[in-house]
Design a protein. Sequence first.
Length: 205
Amino acid sequence: MAFTLPELPYSYDALEPHFDQETMEIHHSRHHQTYVNSLNAALEGSELSGLAVDEVITKLDQVPAEKRTAVRNHGGGHSNHSFFWKNLKIGTTLSGDLKAAIEKDFGSFETFQQQFEKAATTVFGSGWAWLVKKDAALKIVTTHNQDSPLMGEAVAGTSGFPIIGLDVWEHAYYLKYRNKRPDYIKAYWEVVNWDEASRRYKQSS
């Protein structure tokens, strides 16, 4: 069963002015579609193609060696972006158990924001910044390229259950923010879907 591009739960202009319509359309319909197409090509005829993509990227050791890099890159891209789109929405508020956990593990929401922004800004080249649940605590981690914390320490250099994640590839922000990644990172706080983040936090418990 082939992987497919998920529909966005909002229009391409729904995150304006923070994330612009043109970037969202290109990011979703072209970049994400390419990851889907390439993953399908890499897994054609494999039993892994019948699994959910999040499960596929936890089983990279079961992928034939000659296909493993393609599945890591494009499976990671499909998984990360499928998560990312759900993680975006204007008008939600951090509250409840997730707010309490962030304040407990980072001291304050403001400290968490500062640490997350620093992590996202200092990713060299392309990658992601994440808030993950790991060992009963929240942690900020980064991954390179399309690696995911779900891939585990041996592959991605980190691990954990993603709560929120920010794509810091240039294709995610360059049309609007040019080379000003820090401005894009600050704009992210205006579009974080805290309702989805809270749901994932409860799921991780």
